[in-house]
Every structure is written in C-alpha cells, then in structure tokens.
Design a protein. Structure first.
Lengths: 388, 369
C-alpha cells in the first residue's frame, strides 16, 4: 500500500514536471513566433511616422455569416487581409451571445496580433471584453462596444435622424402629406434597442416634416411599440425576407388603399420582402427606405422609382476601416474610444457620386474629422482593399 | 402506386388479419387495434382503450373547436378580420407551412418525423431560384422536387437501414441541407426576375395565389391518398404497430423510406413556391418550418408515436397557427407578446384536446362498467 502511494507520487511528480516543461515550450514557442514575426516583418514606417512590425495574423468575428450583408463584409475583409499577406482566423458569431463568447476564447487561443470582433449581442460583450483584456491582445469592436476594445461604428440615432429628415423633405416635395401617408416600419426588436434607434429616430425626424403625425422622440419609442399615432405601424420583420413579407402583408390589411405608404426596413432582405408584399397587394403609391445598402439596393435606388433612399453607413467600406484600425493598434497608436463610419441618406440625387452603375462603392466618402488619425493607415491598406 | 406487390401484403392491407402473437405473448388490445389498418377497423374498440381513430377524431374536434373560438374572438375584436383580403392573407401565408405539413403528416402517421424540412425548404428555394431562369418553370420544379426527394431518400435509408434514431438523422440532415442552401447561393439573396419565376405568386381564382391553390390541391389529394389508398392505410398500419405490419407482409422498410422521400419532396416543393411568391430566393426561407410543421400535425390529432392523425386535422393545425399570427398582428400586439400568446394558445389547444380525450375515455369506461 505504501509502495503504491509512493509510485503514485512519483507519477504525479513526473506528470507535473512534464506539464511545466510543455507549458514552457508553448510559451517560448509563442515568444519566438512573435520575435520571428518582428524580425521577418521588416519594421515598417507608418505614414504617421511610427514604426510597426508587420501584422501576421488577425482573428475576425462575423456578426452572423448567414446574413448576406454580414457575410459579404467578412469575405471582403478576408480578401483584403490576405492580399496584404495576413493570416485570418475567421469565426461566425451567428448572432448568438454564447457563440460569441466561445469564439472570443477560440480567437485568443490562436494568438493573433489583433482581434476584430463583430459581436451583435450587446449583453455578451462585457464577457468578451474580459477575455480579450486578459489575453492582452489589442482588439477592435465593430458596431457595438466591447470593453477594452477600440470601437468602430456609428450613431444609430444620428443616422435615423439624417435619413428621416431627408425622407421628410422628399415626401413633402412629392406632394404627400401627413394625412394621406402611413409609415410601415419593419424593424427587428430582437436585436435590441440600440440598433433599432435608426428606425425610431427616423420616425421622429420624419414626423417633424409631417405635422399631422404624432410628434414623439425616437428615444420614447420602445421595442414593444406597434404603432405611433394613426400613421405609423411598427412590425417585427426580423431582418429576413419571408418574415418581413408576412408582417407587411398583415400591416397592409389595416391601411386604406388610398393611403400613400412609406416602408422603412432593417436590411435589404427585409426590403425585398416588403416590396413583394406591396406589389402583391396591388398598392400603387409606396416608397421604400432601405438600410445598408447592398449593391442590389443601390441599383434599385438608381433605377426604381419606388426606392426612395437608403440609410447608408457605407457598410462595404467597413473592412477597410477595420483593417486600418488594426494597423493603427499594432503600430501602438492611441485610438479614440469610437471611430465613426461615414453615414448619410443615399438618395437618387447623390447615389451616383459614391456608387457606380453596378451598385459598387467607387469612392469612399470623407472621413469624419475625428477619424483623421486613420488616414495614414488607410493609405497603407487602401491599395489592397476592394471597395465593395 | 400500390407499394405492396405480394398478394399477402395486399390482403393484409385490405382485410387485416389478427395481429400474430409472437412467442405466445398475448398482444394488448391497443396493439391488436392498431395493427389493423384503420380504414377497415371496426368502430368499437376491442378493449377499454378508446380506438386511435376515435382519439384522432376527438383531438381534431378539439383543435377545430379551439380554432372556432379563435375565429370568433378575432372576428369580434377586429372589424377587418372577416374580409376577403384577410382570408386571402391567411391562406397565402399558410401555404408554405401547409405544404410541408402535408408531407410531415404521412411521416408522423407512419411513426417517424423529420426535422430536416427546415433545411430542405431553403434548399428547395435556392435550387428553384438558380434553375428557373435557365430551365423554365416546369423543369426547375422537377429539379427542385427531385433534389428534395434525394435528401429524403438519404434520410430514409439512414434511418431504416442504418437503424439510427430519426431525431439524430434528421437533425444532421437539417444541418446538411440548410448548409447546402447557403453554399448554392454563397449566402446571398437572389432576386428572381424571369417571368416564369413568379408563377406560384400569380393571382388565381378567388384572389388566392397559384401557390395557395397548389397547397389546397395537395392537401385534398394527400388527405384522400392517406385515408383511402392502400399505401395510406399501410402507413397507418406501420405507424400503429410496425412489428405486426412486418408480420402481416407489408414492405415496411420501403414504405417507411417512401414517407421520408414524400416529406422532403413536399418541403422542397414548398420552398420553390415560397421563393416564387417572394420573387427572391434566400437560404433562410422557411427555416422555421421544422417545429411548426410538427406542431401543426400534432395539433391536428396526430400522435408522435405514429398510427394516428389525418390531413384534415393537420390543415386545421396549420390554419390555427396562421390565424393566430394574423389576428395578433392585426390587433397590433407587440412581437414579444405574440410569441408568448401563440405558445399559450397552442398549449390550450392541445390541453383542450387532451381533456376531451380523457372525458371520452371515462365516458367509455363508465359504459363498459
């Protein structure tokens, strides 16, 4: 019995020693990998005058790869990074908090130089931030803030207000009034309040141009809202084609055929679903305010009279911005808490300024003044970054 | 269409023998009753258990009554509920789920179930979307249905010959088919612009869409086929008592596989119709049909253990789900609450049926005493 205990102790000791050695080897391997990256990366002078080792790897988290817009964004990022010789570890957060947290752990395990994570579930982000912070890996949070990461995004409230104001002018110019016009707002409450502010603030800005509508602040339209006054219906389109088609059909039941209809949607799939519902219902006087927008949506604005405008946050340029932010972080630059994307209402009058006839971004809009720090890094990645 | 080529099997299906008694063990009354094809089954049960047919009827009546209450409620609460336009909206909206549920009914009555429909529907939608412009409507529909049937065939073969639990198999196929749908279109949504693509969304008699008429036709044909054909009665027999069906000479494996093929073909067909109605094909169309189709079939009186159920009950279940969704939207109930209310109504519907079932049973027991 005594001999058995001794044997066990020896075995445990050997196992412990083995683990320590293995950990040491891993640690030194990581270090040497880093060192070798620095050495082989031929330290690059940045336009800002700083020097940085070459980025060798980035971990990228898609918000939800099943959505065409998000997938296109991830594809574009991977293409851009690979063109610069960067290895990309790509993960799909699948619009799921638990998956996002698991992915954060997996990202850290890959020991990338920078992590760029688009976690669309705000409640998961504190835990994700803790994981990144503990690993001491610089990170960029896309759209929603992650503690400890530099955020890239935009103000949903500001976008909603700008688009609502532009839409109000266009609606009034076309001769529609608050009395003969109804808004169907196909938002997506399950994604949370923040990303739906663009929709609620759009209403409040639009209502200012149409005084017959109930005047209410966008902040006072909670996610359980189904109608505001008698001229705005809020329906849950869930951001997908079929659901939006169904809920818009249902909403149309309640709207007299004489009414002009404005449909504001969450994304392009929703726009297509709403469009088909309006056509199937035989409605004549309607316009769509899109969001995103995708290339197909831009083409619709260019060619289809029913497509009024799009809440444009230049989504297709985001990979370029994110990559530039990664370069800035890796170079040791101090980034602002929020780097803002350009936003605007892309209308029939300005669509051709930024997009070509194929609906692809031909020139990115000017950066907001606060993003001036990004310019030299954008120059570094710009040549290799597709604009769509 | 007779799936039972041998004389013994045909006889078994048309004039059922008493269930054989393996190893000298007396079959229970339920087994004896369920071993016989329901179409020729005597009305009175052989034991104290109410016959499965009666149970199904009771539950159909239960969901029917529940549906009637829902209709009355919304009719009273809403001025615009009982209108032609709204009836069209409900029926058009029920088309996809209805078509999937028609196939699912055969499978559940036969003792199986298929979770993969939530992957096959979008696969059907994108296959239709990518082929209709090049091939035209009919060939594209054929390709779509064949692809769906192929998925069903693989599923059926794995379940029947691989002896792998249908839950795991169809869950796996759900993932495979759903993933394949994303691969086919690279995750993108494609607008369908060819004139043929919108055929199932065209307006047809009574203001309903062509696709809705296809659903109505499929439900009628499917219901008659399930109830009155030799094949349909064989499905009931297999679902009721597989061992007895085998001993009676039915080609149990072939019929079981065919129900998976039929279900997946219906799902792909439904996906094509949905894409046509939406004039766009996307890999997320109909992903919610998995549980909804099973819920509709069970609401309609089917038992997940097989051997019980019918098409009329399934259609009632589909309409109940569609009507609740429509009515709550017209009442402008917030989407978060809609989800809760829908679940509660479904529980009430099933609970109500169960209560009637228990009442019928106790009444029968009292009569026997």
């Amino acid at each position: 019995m005594k001999k058995s205990v001794q044997t066990r102790r020896v075995l445990v000791g050997m196992a412990s020693a083995g683990m320590v050695l293995a950990l040491g080897a891993c640690s030194s391997s990581g270090s040497s990998s880093s060192s070798s990256a620095s050495a082989s990366g031929a330290a690059q002078p940045t336009a800002a005058g700083t020097t940085a080792s070459k980025i060798t790897s980035i971990a990228w988290g898609d918000a939800v790869a099943a959505d065409p817009q998000y997938k296109a964004m991830g594809d574009s990022f991977v293409k851009s990074a690979q063109a610069l010789g960067i290895k990309v570890y790509r993960f799909d957060n699948a619009a799921n908090g638990a998956t996002s947290v698991t992915n954060a752990r997996l990202m850290v395990q890959e020991h990338p130089d920078v992590i760029i994570d688009y976690s669309g579930i705000a409640s998961a982000n504190p835990e994700i931030g803790a994981i990144f912070t503990k690993a001491k890996i610089p990170c960029v949070a896309i759209n929603l803030p992650i503690p400890g990461c530099s955020q890239f995004g935009f103000s949903q409230q500001q976008l909603g207000t700008e688009v609502g104001t532009a839409a109000g002018k266009a609606i009034v110019a076309s001769g529609w009034t608050g009395s003969d016009t109804t808004l169907i707002d196909a938002w997506s409450p399950m994604y949370g309040q923040d990303v739906n502010y663009a929709q609620s603030y759009l209403y409040s800005a639009l209502a200012k141009a149409l005084p017959q509508w109930k005047q209410v602040s966008g902040a006072d339209i909670p996610l359980t809202t189904t109608n505001v006054g008698s001229h705005a219906v809020f329906v849950n389109g869930s951001g997908d084609l079929q659901t939006t088609n169904t809920v818009v059909k249902q909403a149309l039941q309640d709207i007299p055929s004489s009414q002009n209809i404005i449909v504001s949607v969450f994304n392009h799939n929703s726009a297509l679903g709403a469009q088909q519902a309006l056509v199937a219902a035989g409605r004549k006087n309607w316009v769509i305010i899109g969001s995103g927008p995708s290339a197909a949506e831009i083409q619709s604005i260019q060619t289809n009279a029913h497509w009024l405008m799009s809440a444009d946050f230049f989504f297709t340029a985001w990979p370029k911005y994110a990559l530039a932010m990664a370069y800035a972080l890796h170079a040791g630059a101090k980034l602002p808490a929020l780097t803002e994307s350009a936003i605007q209402a892309t209308t029939k009058s300005n669509v051709n300024t930024y997009y070509n006839s194929a609906g692809l971004l031909k020139s990115a809009p000017p950066l907001p003044a606060a993003d001036a720090y990004l310019a030299p890094y954008l120059a570094q990645v710009g040549g290799a970054v597709p604009t769509s | 269409m007779d799936p039972i080529p041998n004389a013994a099997g045909t006889k078994a299906a048309q004039s059922p023998p008493a269930a054989p008694q393996p190893s000298g063990v007396e079959p229970t009354a339920l087994e004896a009753a369920s071993a016989a094809p329901p179409a020729t089954q005597p009305a009175a049960p052989t034991g104290w258990v109410v016959s499965r047919w009666r149970k199904s009827l009771v539950q159909s009546l239960g969901v029917g009554l529940c549906y009637a209450i829902v209709l009355v409620f919304f009719s009273v609460k809403l001025d615009n509920f009982v209108t032609t336009a709204n009836v069209e909206t409900i029926l058009d909206g029920a088309t996809l789920l209805g078509i999937v549920a028609v196939g699912q009914t055969f499978l559940i009555v036969g003792g199986g179930f298929d979770l993969s429909v939530g992957g096959v529907v979008p696969l059907g939608a994108v296959v239709f979307g990518t082929t209709v412009g090049r091939l035209g409507l009919v060939p594209a529909m054929l390709v779509t249905v064949v692809v769906g049937a192929g998925v069903g065939l693989v599923t059926g073969l794995i379940v029947v010959y691989g002896k792998i639990n249908p839950l795991i198999t169809t869950l796996g196929m759900l993932s495979i088919a759903g993933g394949a749908a994303y691969i086919v279109v690279n995750g993108q949504t494609n607008e369908l612009t060819s004139p043929a693509a919108g055929f199932w969304g065209n307006s047809a008699p009574l203001g309903l869409q062509t696709g809705t008429w296809a659903f109505i036709g499929l439900a009628i044909v499917g219901g008659l086929f399930l109830k009155f054909s030799v094949y349909g009665r064989s499905v009931y027999t297999i679902g009721g008592n597989r061992e007895a069906a085998e001993l009676a000479g039915l080609r149990v494996n072939a019929i079981a596989i065919s129900t998976y093929v039929l279900t997946a073909a219906c799902a792909a067909f439904g996906g094509a119709i949905a894409a046509s109605q939406l004039l766009a094909s996307a890999p997320d169309i109909g992903t919610d049909t998995t549980l909804n189709s099973i819920a509709a079939v069970v609401l309609g009186g089917a038992a997940l253990t097989g051997g019980v159920g019918g098409m009329s009950g399934t259609i009632l279940g589909v309409l109940l789900l569609g009507t609740i969704s429509d009515g709550l939207a017209l009442l402008q109930v917030a989407s978060f609450y809609q989800t809760v209310i829908t679940g509660a109504v479904l529980l009430v519907a099933v609970g109500f049926s169960r209560a009637r079932d228990v009442l019928a049973l106790s009444s029968f027991v009292r009569r026997r005493i």
